[in-house]
Design a protein around this ligand. Sequence first.
Ligand code: ASP
Length: 475
Amino acid sequence: MRTYTKDITTEEGKSVELLGWVDTRRDHGKLIFIDLRDMSGKAQVVFLPSDKELHALAEKLRPEWVVKATGTVAKRPKGMENEKLPNGFHEVTATALEIITEAKTPPFDLGSDGREIGEEVRMKYRYLDLRRPRMRKNLRNRAKVNAFIREFLASKDFTEVETPYISKSTPEGARDYLVPSRVYPGNFYALPQSPQQYKQLLMVAGLERYFQIVRCFRDEDTRGDRQPEFTQLDLEMSFTNQEEVLELTEALMVEMVKGLYPKKTISRVPFPRMTYKEVMEKYNSDKPDMRKNKNDPNELAFLFIIDFPAFEWKENEKRWDAVHHPFTRPRVNNVEDFKEQFKKDPAAILADQYDLVLNGYEIGGGSIRIHDPALLEEVFEAMGNTREEVRSKFGHMLEAFEYGVPPHGGIASGLDRLVAILEDEPNIREVIAFPKTGDGRDLMMQAPSEVSQEQLKELHLKIEKNNGTKEKTNG
Ligand code: ASP
């Protein structure tokens, strides 16, 4: 039966079977040592010269070969211990060895933390890059964050619901990724920029407390370490208000840091709050870094920004647009009041809309929503949509709200950034298993890529030949 390397210390004197990769091989005179690595850690395996055949086989071993090593767990000889390693007082004296698969020499060092290696080559061989301990730790800890969130929210009566990825455009202010329909020529699905409309419809459905750890898709020009797809912790509540959403978010963050990152300290609890106006006047930024000591990786400075303006003027489009998204409720009494205030000064209308900032990054945002269909329609029109456009784009929301809609609101937090900060990573690509490069490519899978003429034909698509766009010829 297989033993994980992390468990050998409890098997002293017994025979164990280890499965994994050759991390390193060292020849010391007649003795051959390998560090055998599995998902749980490493163990030192010793091959003695007395068993000639076994010794000769061990001589062949190279880093990253996959092996099965059988042997007896023993205490390391005096003076050979390494107290810094979890298995530093033990080793396995080999009695048998099976080479399962051989490996080419990796294109880069897998033992280092990898920061010195060019990103292109790391991404091309991501499956090797992920073998480094730092990357595996990041992925495991990210999974722990997910598990913590699920347990925390389940204990507060939230239901995790999956919403569609192949859907319809949701206006979060970015460009949509479109998916052509084969069955309905000329029609397209859109990958959701967020589950915003679905979660609101789940409130109409009576779920009351929803959450989802969900992928969002936005076709924006890549800048910094933005990803075309990213993960949100998305949640929504009925019969709620701003205070409840902020308190829940704060409790989740505080408990998570306490439970999973006890070395980190949160600068201030309750999290400080500033209005949008205050923060802009004071810092000229709506995501100031509030850490007392910016060199301290263990300091977490959370900040809520509240009282955002509901609307902003889009000069290039010559229209007023929602600062957050059009479902956000402006602070008005009713439709008449809205019309009056919008006519007077759209920029002066505030909303129950909030952001969560951490160490200078916006890691979350949300709002209380419009649940009056008449007001929703009016707001859409105020933002430059005709009545017909509103009906065709958002008719389903307006109709749903005619069947008994509870007041509701929520928030979504960017999990990639949050985990990156908690793991002291400067870049979200370090906490995503298979990220795109800064310019939106998957170098390992070679995406985006051309598709065959047959595929295009089935989708009723033709690639137009013009400057820069090659006509498709493969297939
Ligand atoms: N859907 C919003 C976003 O992605 C979050 C929210 O309003 O709950 O920013």
